[in-house]
Design a protein around this ligand. Structure first.
Ligand code: ADP
Ligand code: MG
Length: 706
């Protein structure tokens, strides 16, 4: 029977309540974000050592990590010159051979710690065998004592540590806490859906039969109980136990996360009534007739999904995914028209001023002939004679919007600064969602009378992330590109090929095309001269492309000047644009067919794919050239992924595996989801299960014992 809800779990007790943890140790543990008993129990080991059998020092292999056990036969500080840095050296012997270990920076405590006669476990990779040598090993004193069995003759965990806290102390601490608290580790409530497997089979249709999740990759019976999993993750019997335990604990994390996301959504659906925004095609028809192209099947399909939402009972919460160039803007425009036809206002938010300007221009061109007013609001610019919205004045809406039947507002996040209320707001569209945090999204949709929300992202979110991050959104995917696009060829080249590359760009410009040239930095940093910056390289590019107009674009240029440069580039008065990754989102100039990225190794794959999405937008063949000075074969291999595929989803998955979710999530977002055991890049199946379990738990709440 589960304990009453208001009873505080003993696991919530502070670490200082554990025997052997005083104020000093509590302080060290806090550095590792360990504050409670539970934090300690869920502190995942970073690796394991099989100490059931030690390798003989004689059998060590070059470059292969191993643990040996030996006694110190000599130790001391070595100084090469007077005043030079001191090195500490130590010789271990296990009866088969000797092993020299060195620490390049001797610490004061070493002489007292590594004393002749003491026995140590030594872990590391030998870097030579004649003599046997291993630098900066991890060591652990073998100390006869009653808890020695925790540390040897078994598979032992090595936990993440902090200075002043040894692996041995941490291991003992966790062992002790396990002994004392293992029985207090409860199965989470949702796990009843797992345990029911056999009973469902035995009593089909019985009154107390619980629904069974359908998509298990692990059979429920093979998943250990949570308490077992916690023990197994620290003290596994076999190394294969570790992954089983990890999956169990990861599943718990994912279910908790999904439960949170889904209950938020459920609450929202219960409280919010939708504004009827499905429209009547009055504006859509003439709009599509003058658009100049036919919507792709994928665009049309997505629009049907959106229309169903806009006419539905709950406000739309939809994520629109589409690779760069798939035509999300046209979908946004059609969605906006549905709301406008229904008599509601629309807000369209972009992450940069350049992009907001571009949308403003497009939407004005498309919508003004239909009699729809298009307004603009960014941090630095407002449309309308009297300034349109005046945010400085506090709550004041644009007069024009109040008068006209319905309008669309285009802007940056400045659109939604506190104090601004758009009347009759039916639909909010956020372009390039990944630049905004979840928190920002939340504040946005609370504005107005629960408007419909469409978030569009060009960064293909891998499914795992989609299910966790955007679990509260429905997802539509544009999985098809418009016809008639020129091919993009991608090359990875070393720095010494630059002169040739610039020759190629001159050729393309002479043929009437345009180019982007991107650098990682705005300004050079003295300490890191290898990384190029736009400000310094601008002159070099001008020289290399003598006779062409070269524009400069980066975040520190004034907005008016930026817009002027973009206008020049659009009109082909500027042929080459030197820029930072500022241009990675949304910019649409079909005549630009070359994307040159220098120091390409400094960008994420997904980001490079975004940059590449700036070209290949017209009918001409396009070229993406990634220059990398990186010697590292891994860096090269990473860039070659881009050369091999143009499929944004494949690239995003690869990036997620290589770099972790931080890059894709943005800082705020990754901070919000600290997973100790779950891995967003690998655990798609677990996340699917978690989603289902969370839904069952939400739909069939546990019976309350009265
Ligand atoms: P993204 O999805 O990256 O935002 P855009 O909306 O900027 O892509 O569209 C890229 C280009 O494709 C634009 O120039 C746009 O006019 C064009 N486009 C969009 N839909 C179609 C279509 N159905 N047929 C042909 N061209 C299209
Ligand atoms: Mg776009």
């Amino acid at each position: 029977m589960s304990p009453p809800e208001n009873q505080v779990s003993p696991l919530a007790a502070p670490v200082s309540s554990v025997w052997g943890v005083g104020a000093e140790r509590a302080r060290l543990l806090a550095r590792l974000d360990i504050f409670t008993v539970e934090d300690l129990l869920l502190h995942p080991p970073r690796r394991y050592e099989d100490r059931r059998k030690f390798l003989a020092i004689r059998d060590l292999k070059l470059g292969e990590a191993a643990t040996v056990r030996g006694k110190i036969i000599a130790a001391g500080v070595k100084r090469f010159r007077r005043g030079a840095r001191a090195m500490f050296e130590c010789v271990f012997d296990d009866g088969t051979a000797m092993l020299h270990c060195r620490w390049w920076q001797a610490q004061p405590w070493m002489e007292d710690w590594f004393t002749v006669g003491r026995e140590f476990l030594v872990f590391g990779k030998p870097d030579s065998l004649k003599p046997r040598n291993l630098d900066h090993p991890e060591t652990e004193l073998v100390e006869p004592g009653e808890d020695e069995f925790i540390h040897v003759n078994r598979i032992v965990p090595v936990h993440p540590l902090t200075e002043g806290l040894t692996a041995r102390v941490m291991r003992s601490l966790i062992w002790r806490v396990l002994e004392r608290f293992e029985n207090e580790i409860r199965e989470p409530e949702w796990s009843r859906f797992q345990a029911e497997g056999p009973r469902v089979q035995g009593k089909p249709g019985g009154a107390d039969v619980l629904p069974k999740p359908s998509t298990f990759n692990l059979q429920p019976s093979t998943l250990p109980a949570r308490a077992n999993a916690v023990r197994m993750i620290h003290f596994p019997e076999e190394l294969t136990d570790v992954e089983i335990a990890r999956q169990r604990l990861a599943l718990d994390e994912f279910v908790a996360l999904q439960f949170q996301i889904q209950s938020r959504r459920k609450k929202f659906e219960a409280s919010a009534r939708a504004l009827p925004c499905a429209g009547d095609n009055r504006l859509m028809k003439p709009f599509l007739a003058q658009l100049g192209f036919r919507l792709t099947k994928a665009q049309a399909k997505v629009l049907r999904e959106i229309r169903a939402d806009l006419g539905g009972a709950h406000p739309m919460r939809r994520l629109l995914q589409g690779d760069v160039g798939s035509g999300k803007t046209a979908v946004a425009a059609c969605s906006a028209l549905m709301a406008l036809e229904s008599g509601f206002n629309v807000a369209l938010m972009a992450p940069t001023e350049i992009l907001a300007e571009q949308h403003f221009r497009n939407f004005s061109k498309w919508f003004e002939p239909l009699g729809v007013k298009v307004e603009m609001q960014t941090g630095s610019r407002k449309s309308g004679e009297d300034g349109g919205l005046r945010m400085e004045d506090g709550k004041r809406a644009a007069p024009s919007i109040l008068n006209s039947p319905s309008s669309i507002f285009v802007g940056t996040h400045a659109l939604f600064t506190a104090g601004f209320e758009l009347p009759k707001l039916g639909l909010v569209i956020i372009d390039e969602q990944h630049k905004f945090g979840v928190a920002q999204r939340e504040t946005l949709v609370r504005k107005g009378n629960y408007p419909h929300l469409l978030v569009m992202t060009a960064t293909p979110i891998p499914r795992t992330l989609g299910l966790t991050l955007y679990g509260d959104l429905d997802v539509s995917v544009i999985d098809e590109m418009p016809d008639g696009r020129g091919k993009i060829k991608t090359f990875v080249r070393p720095t010494d090929k630059l002169p040739k590359v610039f020759g190629f760009i001159r050729e393309k410009i002479a043929g009437g095309r345009q180019a982007y040239i991107v650098y990682p930095r705005v300004e050079a940093v003295d300490t890191d001269t290898d990384i190029k910056a736009v400000k310094q390289e601008f002159e070099n590019v001008r020289r290399a492309l003598a006779g062409c107009q070269v524009g400069l674009l980066h975040g520190r240029i004034k907005p008016a000047e930026k817009e002027q440069t973009m206008a020049g580039f659009r009109a082909n008065q500027i042929q080459a644009l030197v820029a930072t990754s500022l241009i990675e989102v949304g910019v649409d100039v079909p005549n630009a067919t070359v994307m040159l990225v220098e120091n390409a190794e400094h960008f994420g794959l997904a980001q490079l794919h975004q940059l590449r999405g700036r070209i290949g937008r017209g009918a001409h063949e396009s070229f993406c050239i990634l220059i990398s000075g990186a010697q590292h074969p891994e860096a090269r291999a990473r860039l070659e992924i881009l050369a091999a595929t143009n499929d944004g989803f494949k690239i995003a998955e690869a990036d997620l595996k290589l770099r972790g979710p931080g890059e894709l999530l943005g800082q705020q977002q990754s901070g919000a989801m600290r997973l100790r055991f779950g891995n967003l890049a690998e655990d798609l199946n677990l996340i699917r299960q978690a989603r289902e379990l969370a839904k069952l738990h939400l739909d069939f709440p546990p019976a309350k014992v009265s």
